[in-house]
Design a protein around this ligand. Structure first.
Ligand code: HEM
Length: 203
C-alpha cells in the first residue's frame, strides 16, 4: 500500500517541475508573441535572473521547513529546485555572454571585471556550477562527508547573488534586501543552536 508520505511525494515532485518550468514557457511564449518590453533581451536577462534567485531560495527553504514541521516528503524538492535555479542562472549567463556580448570573450572579460555587479554574479555562478555537477548520488557517495561541506557553499552563492542584485539596482534596494532577509532567515534556522532548540521544543 502507498503511504501518505509516498503519495505526497508523488504529487509534489511533478508539481515542482511544472512550477519551475512555467516561467520559462511563459517567457518563450511572450517572446514569440512580442509581449516582452521594448528591450526584450534585458527583460529576458532580468526574468531569468529573478527566477534563478527565487528557485535558489525555494530550494533552501526545504530543510528548515522539514526541521520545523517534519515534512520529509519535501526533501526531494531541494535538489530539483536547486538544479532548476542553476538552469535559469545558466540561461541568464548565456543571454549575457551570447546575446549582449556575442561571445566576444575579450569584451566579456572586461565587463566582468569592470562591472562589480557582474563579477559578484559570475562568482555566484562559479560556485553553483560544481554544486550542480556533484548533485548526483554517485558524487554524494564519492565525496562522503566533504559533499555536505561543499554544498554548504550554496549560502555563499546566495549571498553573492544578493550582492549582485544590490549593486545592479540604481536606487531602490528594497527588493534585493527582501530576498536577502529571507535567505538570512533560512541560514539562521540552520544554525545548530536554533536546531537544538527546535528539537527540544518538539520533544
Ligand atoms: C554569471 C554571471 C552573471 C552575470 C554576467 C549577470 C548579469 C546580469 C545583468 C546584466 C542583469 C540585468 C541588469 C540590468 O539590466 O538592470 C542581471 C540581473 C539579475 N541577476 Fe544576474 N548575472 C549573473 C549571475 C547571476 C546569478 C548566478 C543569479 C542568481 C542565481 C543572478 C540573479 C540576478 C537577479 C535576481 C537580477 C535582477 C532581476 C530583477 O531586477 O528582477 N545573476 N544580472
Amino acid at each position: 500500500m502507498v503511504s501518505k508520505q509516498q503519495l505526497l511525494q508523488k504529487l509534489v515532485v511533478p508539481a515542482a517541475h511544472m512550477a519551475a518550468l512555467t516561467p520559462l514557457a511563459l517567457t518563450i511564449w511572450h517572446f514569440y508573441t512580442n509581449q516582452l518590453s521594448v528591450n526584450p533581451v534585458r527583460e529576458i536577462t532580468l526574468r531569468t535572473g529573478r527566477y534563478a534567485l527565487i528557485l535558489l531560495i525555494a530550494s533552501l527553504a526545504v530543510t528548515p521547513l522539514n526541521t520545523l514541521f517534519r515534512r520529509r516528503w519535501l526533501i526531494p524538492l531541494r535538489k530539483i529546485l536547486g538544479l532548476y535555479a542553476f538552469g535559469y542562472a545558466a540561461l541568464h549567463f548565456l543571454v549575457f555572454v551570447g546575446v549582449d556580448y556575442l561571445f566576444d570573450w575579450e569584451l566579456i572579460k572586461g565587463a566582468l571585471f569592470e562591472k562589480r555587479y557582474a563579477l559578484a554574479g559570475f562568482s555566484a555562478f562559479l560556485i553553483l556550477l560544481p554544486l550542480a555537477l556533484t548533485s548526483t548520488k554517485g558524487w554524494m557517495r564519492r565525496l562522503g562527508k566533504r559533499w555536505k561541506s561543499l554544498h554548504r557553499l550554496v549560502y555563499l552563492a546566495g549571498g553573492l547573488v544578493i550582492v549582485h542584485f544590490v549593486w545592479l539596482v540604481k536606487s531602490d534596494i528594497r527588493r534585493p534586501l527582501l530576498y536577502g532577509a529571507v535567505l538570512g532567515l533560512f541560514l539562521l534556522l540552520r544554525l545548530p543552536a536554533v536546531r537544538r532548540r527546535q528539537a527540544r521544543r518538539r520533544a
